[in-house]
Design a protein around this ligand. Structure first.
Ligand SMILES: [Zn+2]
Length: 253
């Protein structure tokens, strides 16, 4: 069913939430737009104006690593100041109420953790852009450190410990999906009885396979997204309204 209006959407979603014991949200860019994080893939989004840097090119070339870091620093104004929105607050409320064991996200903005969901309960399919790691020894580096090193030498720094390349902890185009995150996402998906897609158009595979997996496993499926998705037909509830407005009633206290 496609909710005809906000009240129907909220009431139907409340019924589904109250009759579920394990809710797994699956979030995409749409939940973070009210926090000021741009949707990279939307028309006019950054990937439609500037080709993303492929992982192999990052590995192969100091110039590409420099360019990648210059782009990341240029976006710090948006990422650094972003705060959780109403959607994030609603989902942490479900988590704290014991209704949700964790969530799966395509976002790299750290806003679910910032809202209060423990790091261990957020499965990040595309990684996290708010810190960096060495690609060889996995050591974590903060962005401030990378920026200082970059500004001091004019080049993207390598790991002082092992000389590996340092990259934001994101999954780049052309980089393998993280096996651990994929496995944990599958576990959550198979354990849930209500799967709620929030702000994802479900076009990026393999991430988009999870709603289908949940539905085939007997869970009920809700899709809250401004635009229609190709999974709308199999969903128990579809809402094409503003995410913050739909989820605001679920914010506790
Ligand atoms: Zn290293």
């Amino acid at each position: 069913m496609i909710a005809p209006d906000l009240q129907t959407a909220t009431e139907t979603l409340r019924d589904l939430v109250e009759t579920s014991r394990a809710i797994v949200p699956f979030t995409g860019a749409g939940i973070s737009t009210e926090s000021g994080i741009p949707d990279f893939r939307s028309p006019g989004g950054i990937w439609t104006r500037m080709a993303p840097i492929q992982f192999d090119d990052f590995l192969a070339s100091q110039e590409m690593r420099d360019e990648s870091w210059r782009r990341r620093f240029a976006m710090e104004e948006q990422f650094g100041s972003a705060r959780p929105g109403r959607g994030h607050q609603a989902l942490v409320s479900l988590f704290r109420a014991g209704k949700s064991p964790g969530l799966i996200t395509q976002n790299i903005d750290n806003l679910h953790q910032a809202s209060g969901i423990p790091h261990a309960c957020v499965v990040e399919l595309h990684g996290n852009t708010t810190y960096a790691t060495c690609l060889d020894c996995d050591k974590r580096y903060e962005l401030d450190w990378v920026k200082q090193a970059f500004e001091a030498s004019g080049r993207a720094p390598d790991c002082p410990d092992c000389l590996g390349h340092i990259k934001t902890a994101t999954v780049s185009f052309g980089q393998a999906m993280p096996e651990d995150a994929m496995r944990r996402a599958e576990e959550l998906t198979f354990a849930c009885d209500l799967f709620i897609v929030v702000g994802s158009s479900l076009v990026v595979w393999p991430a988009a396979g999870f709603p289908l997996m949940a539905k085939r496993n007997g869970a009920r499926l809700v899709i809250v997204n401004r635009e229609p998705t190709e999974f709308d037909d199999i969903a128990d509830l579809v809402v094409h309204l503003d995410i913050g407005s739909v989820l605001e009633p679920f914010i506790a206290g």
